[in-house]
Write a protein of this length. Sequence first.
Length: 139
Amino acid sequence: MILILNGVAGSEIVLILFFVLIFFGAKSIPGLAKTMGRTMRQIKDATADIQSEIKKSGADMKKDLNLDGIIKETSEEIVRPLDQSIEELDNAVRYEPRKPNSHIPAMGKPVEVETVEVVETDEVKEEIKEEIKKDEGKA
């Protein structure tokens, strides 16, 4: 209301009120004021309802879109390959070649071999011959 009367001086307001009194009469002015008050209240309520509906639909759209979930999934998709690359680089930096095993001889060095002598005694030879004869008899 104040914005409407921003450029109007005090004497002009008195003049406007005088013309309203003349045109509508003293009896109808309270009814007009009451009607204008109701109309302004209805406009204000309608505006508040529209604003609340817009806020609700915006919240519903945000729920439907699930922006938080999408952002989280996308960031994980981006971070996962980067973490793998970092791990591979870290492994490459910390790489230590295998040390040659001490039990495997290096090329060009002589190998010491322990020799075992097999001695057959007469008793062992006889036992082997008897087993051969038994096997031939069964066949």
